[in-house]
Design a protein around this ligand. Structure first.
Ligand code: NAP
Length: 313
């Protein structure tokens, strides 16, 4: 692809939204209702991490909870009703050096007067031997997606935060034994989840790290090291679910937008980034709240600000 390549289709839009999680979907709804006919490039993870969640119990308006995929589809339908266009396409490069901003996918280019980035975050890897080779063969980063495969089996969950405990509790639906392995002696997760995990008979191994995931065709065990005694051991297991935080999906924007030390897009309360006309919302700029409702709120704010920006420019 080059600047002189005229064979690629070019799509012009007032607003392009990158990502279709709760932030992107809400931004699409608000931009569509402002009659800006936004184009949403969904990326490869339609619905974002919310779509991988079995039941969302804390999104207002759903007293009985709502499925993660179900709410994603409702978000999309609502935005489309007002004129948002969803493209199941992934941005591979962006040029934010001048307006209109240029977004390139594998086969097409998009030119946008304003851009809203809601590309979210991806789960961190443990980076231990066996992890990559056994991903999909017992190593997983999504209990909702893979829990069913562990009916009546033993699984371990790595991490001590809210995600680890929430997913561990979910896994007790299927697995015969769920053991959380945490590197410290105190959990980071909130007390309510800790209580629910204990009630669900989740087991805990503290002060311990996983040093290797063992298996050939499938996971058979994890190798462990106690961080205080340095004692090593092996624990037989059929599955390893890893929930040790996230890394924002900002690779595309390095060198073009200001990022913080952990790679999150730096944005202000009006969702403005370091480039006028480029806004960010959701987990790509928020390491703190990471809730469907907060991401949706940020997406709405970003679209309102983008609308104002377009009115002024
Ligand atoms: P997190 O709070 O950052 O927790 C990550 C956990 O992984 C920590 O316990 C950390 O240990 C451990 N960890 C990190 N790197 C590790 C490594 N290399 N090896 C072993 N363990 C490692 O991430 P999270 O649980 O995904 O939650 C992120 C945010 O989302 C939080 O603000 C959380 O409250 C929120 N959240 C909320 C809900 C809910 O409200 N239901 C659900 C999910 C997430 P240390 O504790 O030692 O640092």
């Amino acid at each position: 692809m080059s600047a002189t390549d005229t064979s690629r289709p070019v799509n012009k839009a007032k607003i392009v939204i990158l990502g279709a999680g709760p932030a992107g979907m809400s931004a699409a709804l608000y931009a569509a209702r402002a009659e800006l006919q936004p184009i949403v490039l969904t990326g490869s993870q339609y619905g974002g991490q919310a779509a991988l969640t079995h039941t969302i119990e804390n999104y207002p308006g759903f007293p009985e909870g709502v499925g993660g995929m179900q709410i994603s589809e409702l978000f999309q339908k609502q935005a489309e009703r007002f004129g948002a266009r969803f493209e199941f396409d992934t941005a591979e490069a962006v040029d934010l050096s001048q307006r209109p901003f240029k977004i390139s996918t594998y086969s097409q280019d998009y030119l946008a007067d304003a851009l809203i980035i809601t590309t979210g975050a991806s789960p961190n890897l443990l980076n231990v031997p066996g992890e990559k080779a056994l991903t999909g063969k017992g190593v997983s980063y999504c209990a909702t997606c893979d829990g069913w495969f562990f009916k009546g089996k033993k699984v371990v969950v790595v991490g001590g935060g809210d995600s680890a405990l929430e997913e561990a509790i979910f896994l007790t639906r299927y697995a015969s034994e769920v053991t959380v392995i945490h590197r410290r002696d105190a959990l980071r997760a909130g007390v309510i989840l800790q209580k629910r995990a204990r009630e669900a008979n989740v087991q805990f191994v503290f002060d311990t790290v996983v040093t290797e995931i063992v298996g050939v065709q499938a996971v058979t065990a994890v190798k462990l090291r106690h961080v205080k005694t340095e004692e090593t051991s092996e624990l037989a297991t059929d599955g390893v679910f890893i929930f040790i935080g996230h890394t924002p999906n900002t690779q595309l924007f390095k060198g073009q937008l200001e990022l913080d030390g952990k790679g999150y897009i730096v944005s202000d309360i009006q969702m403005r980034t370091s480039v006028p006309g480029v806004f960010a919302a959701g987990e790509v700029c928020d390491p703190n709240y990471r809730q469907v409702v907060t991401s949706a709120g940020m997406g709405a704010a970003a679209a309102i600000q983008a609308t104002r920006f377009l009115e002024e420019h």
